[in-house]
Design a protein. Structure first.
Length: 482
């Protein structure tokens, strides 16, 4: 049995058993009904044959008279007795409205079914001596006509036993074959559960009502109602597994949709600020700056700065969009992370003269995209520069452990409040909005660095204390292959 078949067998066990039992009970009920119909038909057959045989006996007695003792012995062998009687009348008369359906010779007869008792006879042979008895007047003589059904009952009983054995065999076969058939029919439900569980990063068989309720709930879910969930009460185990998986999937989609909406809102807000500044300086130029060299230069410088900020923001947004769509191509190569840290150190020291930079880098090789790792390193250094007052110290350290390489940037800046640390990698998040505005930036740098780290199988580690400084480390797998 394959893993998928085992999955279907496990998932569908309870509902398959339930459906199998229900179908088995229905089949049993159908067989019981069929047996009752057979018994009713057998009784009707005996009644009709008994009436015909009694009619023939009455006509013979009317024509030939009462049979002699010798003739009676011969009649008994043929399943018939015709006896004169002086005993009180016994039997049931036909209803008046029903008598017209019978011949005049037997219409007024009293009828009864007689089953002679014999304590030595087993239940299996109990009905072999069944007799159909009529009491009526023939030629003004009280006469009893008894019809014996021994041979006919033996035939009907044999047919009934054959039918019963066939039904029992069929019921036993259905218990096995129908369970496999139900599992096969319900396999799409099990596969849907498995796919939903996979999509929700976690890790049947439904009644008609449950399937309609599930379909109705899913049909009502749209982008505006992603908080809708499937009701789990009163469902089968398999449906509950599927519903739980779908609910988790919906929760993830809802969270992604919420973050996307927030991302669009924040991006619009970030773009609105430089656009408003450019528009304001453009209006200033249009009104007074044409003939004022000082206002003209101020407006040009401001517009250039805001345009550069917009360019950086758009590039960062495009970077994250390509990352989200998995369209970012990685040019993997083996290089020395310590040498990369030295390059970043020299470039930063040339650009920024307001801080003290220190480097401590040992040789450490990684297998990664050189350009992206350099971008992540620059983001960490730029972040330290923004939040470290002039004259503060920024250290760039590259160390190794048994399996990882560490690119660490430590500063003596303002630090990060503890309650803000879990959110610093969220897009557009800034711990202190007022200080962030003063230092510039868009709040996307650490999000990009986090994406780069995770894409290379690593992570970012943060240690910070307010008014003391922060230490952020890019941790990546080492490459020991020369």
């Amino acid at each position: 049995m394959s893993k998928r078949q085992e999955k279907v067998h496990t998932i569908g066990f309870s509902i398959v058993s339930k459906l199998n039992v229900q179908l088995w009970v229905r089949s049993l009920g159908l067989f019981v009904l069929l047996n009752l119909v057979y018994l009713a038909a057998s009784g009707a057959l005996l009644f009709v044959l008994g009436e015909r045989k009694a009619l023939q006996a009455v006509q013979d007695v009317e024509l030939l008279g009462q049979p002699t003792e010798t003739e009676n012995r011969w009649l008994v062998e043929q399943g018939l007795e015709i006896l004169p009687t002086d005993s009180p009348p016994r039997g049931v008369a036909l209803p008046v409205w029903f008598r017209e359906a019978f011949p005049p010779e037997t219409r007024e007869a009293l009828r009864m079914v007689n089953l002679p008792r014999d304590e030595d006879v087993s239940l299996f042979y109990l009905f072999d001596n069944l007799q159909y008895q009529l009491e009526l007047n023939i030629n003004e003589n009280r006469t009893t006509v008894i019809i014996h059904f021994s041979s006919l009952i033996w035939v009907l009983k044999t047919l009934f036993l054959v039918l019963l054995v066939a039904q029992l065999v069929n019921l036993f076969r259905m218990m096995i074959t129908r369970a496999d058939l139900i599992r096969q029919v319900l396999r799409p439900i099990s596969e849907l559960t498995e796919q939903a569980q996979t999509l929700s990063q976690e890790k049947g068989p439904l009644s008609v009502g449950e399937m309609q309720a599930l379909a109705g709930t899913l049909d009502e879910i749209n982008a505006a109602r992603l908080d809708t969930r499937i009701d789990l009460d009163g469902t089968q185990d398999e449906l509950k597994d599927l519903a739980v998986a779908i609910n988790r999937l919906l929760a993830r989609i809802n969270e992604s949709y919420r973050l996307q909406a927030r991302f669009v809102s924040d991006a619009s807000h970030e773009l609105r600020t430089p656009i408003a500044a450019i528009q304001g300086y453009a209006n200033l130029l249009d009104r007074w700056g044409k003939n004022d060299p000082e206002a003209l230069q101020e407006s040009i410088d401001a517009i250039k700065e805001e345009a550069a900020n917009m360019k950086d923001l758009v590039e960062q947004l495009l970077f994250l969009a390509r990352g989200d769509n998995n369209t970012m191509h990685l040019d993997l190569e083996r290089f020395d992370l310590g040498s990369l840290a030295e390059t970043i150190f020299k470039e930063t020291e040339m650009i920024d003269g307001g801080h003290v930079f220190e480097l401590e880098a040992s040789e450490c090789f990684v297998f990664a995209d050189h350009g992206l790792v350099k971008q992540a390193g620059r983001i960490l250094v730029d972040n330290a520069i923004k939040y470290t007052p002039a004259g503060g110290t920024i250290r760039i350290v590259v160390t190794t452990s048994d399996s990882n390489a560490w690119f660490t940037v430590q500063d003596s800046g303002i630090g990060i409040p503890p309650e803000d640390i879990p959110y610093i990698f969220d897009r557009f998040y800034r711990a202190d909005e007022s200080r962030a505005r003063a230092t510039g930036g868009t709040g996307l740098g650490l999000s990009i660095a986090k994406w780069i780290a995770e894409r290379h199988g690593g992570y970012l580690e943060v240690l910070s204390r307010e008014d003391f400084g922060s230490r952020i480390s890019l941790v990546m797998p080492r490459s020991d292959i020369s």
